[in-house]
Ligand binder design. Structure first.
Ligand SMILES: Nc1ncnc2c1ncn2[C@@H]1O[C@H](COP(=O)(O)OP(=O)(O)O)[C@@H](O)[C@H]1O
Ligand SMILES: [Mg+2]
Length: 234
């Protein structure tokens, strides 16, 4: 479904990705793990069109989306739940959700999707008229996830969804991501919590300084000596 070949991206003189190739099959949950600064977020930004690749190709559901406009990429069915959640703090919960659906022209189904997000996340329903900035970190993460789902995506990308959340909320958030995959969507998950990501995923890629250095199934990478030593605490 998603096919990335030899992707190179950078910021001015900084080369962030030096030839990343990866594949995500339909209905899979694929994890990207790696240290801070490895290039995980840049990979997601390139897929969603926020960073223009310098070389390489990105294909999604048969279409070449390399360097395409973010709105076009969203309309093809890719949603991006960014690092740091990035909800609109002064807008209400309901208006934040509406932003996730801004390209859609099917108001009846959008209405259904509001109802579904509110039934999946009752805390958001209770707070629908409240400014998003007044929510707790965990609630803002739920809102960011709900907003991503409002575009009815085929592929949902999550960037560090558990960062800064309390352990019980982390577990809940990862459970929601698993449920999204079980509901038929394809998921690309970036996580610093390598163990949690490897347990959850169908397969995973380890990125180090802009390159994929390992790929494999979760159990395979959990057993890998390099992964164990560098990312799983030995
Ligand atoms: N906006 C930016 N301007 C300059 N350099 C950046 C920017 N964002 C990221 N980088 C650099 O690109 C590299 C990859 O960063 P990033 O993709 O954010 O890594 P990760 O998400 O794995 O922590 C790092 O060296 C980082 O310092
Ligand atoms: Mg990042």
């Amino acid at each position: 479904m998603l096919e990335i070949r030899d992707l190179e991206c950078g910021y001015g003189p900084v080369a962030a990705l030096k030839g990343v190739s990866l594949d995500v099959g339909e209905g899979e949950l694929v994890a990207l793990i790696g240290a801070n600064g490895a290039g995980k977020s840049t990979t997601l930004r390139a897929i969603s069109g926020l960073v223009k690749p310098r070389a390489g190709t990105i294909r999604f559901a048969g279409a070449d989306i390399t360097g395409a406009d973010p709105a076009r990429i969203l309309s093809l069915g890719i949603a991006h739940c960014p690092e740091g959640r990035r909800v609109f703090p002064y807008m209400s919960v309901a208006d934040n959700l509406a932003m996730g659906a801004y390209l859609r022209r099917d108001p009846i189904r959008v209405r259904e999707d509001y109802d579904r997000v509110y039934s999946d996340f009752p805390r958001l329903a209770e707070r629908r008229h409240q400014a998003a900035g007044t929510l707790s970190g965990g609630e803002q993460q739920m809102l960011a996830i709900g907003r991503a789902l409002m575009s009815r995506p085929k592929l949902v990308m999550f960037d560090e969804p558990s960062l800064g959340l309390a352990p019980t909320i982390v577990e809940q958030t990862l459970g929601i991501i698993r449920a999204i995959r079980d509901g038929g969507a394809t998921v690309l998950l970036v996580e610093q919590n390598a163990f949690a990501a490897l347990e959850l995923c169908d397969h995973a890629y380890l990125i180090e300084t802009g390159r994929v250095v390992r790929r494999g199934g979760g159990p395979e990478l959990i057993a890998d000596p390099h992964v164990r030593a560098a990312y799983l605490g030995g």
